[in-house]
Design a protein around this ligand. Structure first.
Ligand code: ATP
Ligand code: MG
Length: 397
């Protein structure tokens, strides 16, 4: 098995995207090729047909690798929706030796937080320590080597229902793909954008076809994430109804609209929205704009209400916007208006120009995560979820 060859698979609502890459070192990954297939069996982040979904994944993988070479390559799946949730938990332990805290103590305290806070039936996909205390004193760095009788931690955990996770992994493994890990797109996408570096406080917003991923970060730390059932498909479906055209045609009309100058509004401009087989789809710009803009505003309003509901006690400085829908300028404008902060459309800096599209952010994040973890991680979700978790934590430190 070539451990350096990795597949990153973003199981998106519109498309399964696959990056095939080679690990140069654990912080660097060279992307060799990319595969894309329309997704079937997944609606708004809920698996409706597991076999259809795994067949789409297999087809997307076949775009980058020959069928007889798939066996033995580590694949990492990135998911959104699917019951992902996030929570904060606290843990505490007495260090094994009061003379110095070791990495084993760090493992144990994080484990105690997961044990205390994650309900049965949920699997912890990401466990991100937020803060440590030694004998009630807040630590600014990881307290390895410090003396103390009581070690405490607050961790941020992303969970997924164990049953859904098992179902997905089993279905994908049946096709011959070896699933080495599963990650939340919101977390790896944010890490790929390096949004958590630096001192700013902000939100990464990834609006895809059916899911909006958000992650809040502050002073180098991701402290909240969510997968909301909102996306560009809602706009497409409204165009289908308003123009009485097929979904595929509506997708084309939406993309056409996204390239038009917004100054056309109020100018009585007629757009030719015909496709093969239609002749009656001359539509006024204002009409199409009303259909699209009202949906965009609704999605952004919902997002704003959701973030307000989190009652975050510090204002945000910026929004980093990514995902396929960032190609529609109306979203950036609505986000800027609603949140009152600067919105930057972002793609991971390290991505080569030929792959540098916002819809690839999550997939690249999966690859980076895989590069950090691939040598150590084996599939252990169903047998021993702890070992995977501890390996991740060890690696983190
Ligand atoms: N040029 C464009 N103009 C408007 N919308 C676009 C454009 N390009 C892509 N989109 C929209 O972006 C969405 C697809 O984005 P993306 O590939 O990030 O989704 P996904 O990852 O498959 O789905 P999800 O993350 O929701 O599960 C679709 O709704 C598509 O219509
Ligand atoms: Mg996506």
């Amino acid at each position: 098995m070539d451990k350096r060859h990795i597949l990153g698979i973003d199981v998106g609502t519109a498309a399964v995207k696959v990056f095939s890459g080679t690990m140069a070192d654990e912080n660097d990954i060279i992307i060799n090729s990319i595969g894309l297939m329309p997704t079937r069996g997944l609606d708004k982040g809920v698996i409706s047909d597991c076999n259809a979904l795994s067949a789409s994944i297999r087809q997307a993988v076949n775009c980058v690798i020959a069928a007889d070479q798939i066996a033995g390559i580590n694949a990492y799946l990135g998911i959104g929706g699917m019951g992902l949730n996030s929570l904060h938990c606290a843990g505490s332990v007495a260090p094994l030796s009061p003379k110095a805290i070791t990495s084993e103590d760090i493992d144990r305290v994080c484990r105690s937080a997961v044990l205390a806070g994650v309900p049965t039936g949920l699997a912890a996909l990401h466990v991100l320590p937020l803060c440590f205390w030694v004998d009630k004193e807040r630590q600014t760095v990881i307290p390895i080597g410090k003396k103390g009788a009581c070690l405490e931690v607050e961790v941020f955990i992303v969970t997924v229902p164990q049953a859904s996770l098992n179902e997905l992994i089993e279905a994908v493994q049946k096709t011959g793909i070896h699933v080495a890990g599963v990650v939340a797109n919101s977390i790896v996408g944010t890490q790929a954008l390096q949004a958590h570096d630096g001192g700013t406080r902000g939100i990464v917003v990834d609006i895809g076809a059916g899911i909006t991923e958000i992650a809040l970060y502050q002073e180098g730390v991701i402290y909240y994430s969510a997968s909301l059932p909102l996306g560009g498909n809602y706009i497409t479906r409204d165009i289908v109804k308003a123009l009485e055209i097929s979904e595929q045609h509506a997708e084309g009309v939406k993309r056409y609209y996204s390239r038009l100058d917004r100054a056309l509004r109020g100018q009585a401009v007629m757009l030719d929205c015909n496709d093969y087989g239609t002749i009656d789809k001359q539509v006024s710009y204002d009409f199409l704009s009303n259909v699209i803009e009202s949906r965009v505003e609704e999605i952004v309003f919902f997002l704003q209400e959701y973030v307000k509901g989190l009652k975050v006690d510090h204002p945000i400085d910026e929004i980093l916007f990514t995902g396929g829908c960032s190609a529609l300028p109306s979203f950036s404008i609505a986000l800027e208006k609603c949140f009152g902060v600067q919105v930057k459309i972002k793609v991971p800096d390290q991505l080569l120009a030929e792959y540098a599209y916002p819809s690839n952010t999550a997939c690249y994040g999966i690859m980076l995560h895989a590069a950090h973890h691939s040598a150590r991680m084996e599939l252990e979700f169903s047998t021993n979820p702890w070992s995977t978790f501890f390996k991740k934590i060890r690696k983190f430190f």
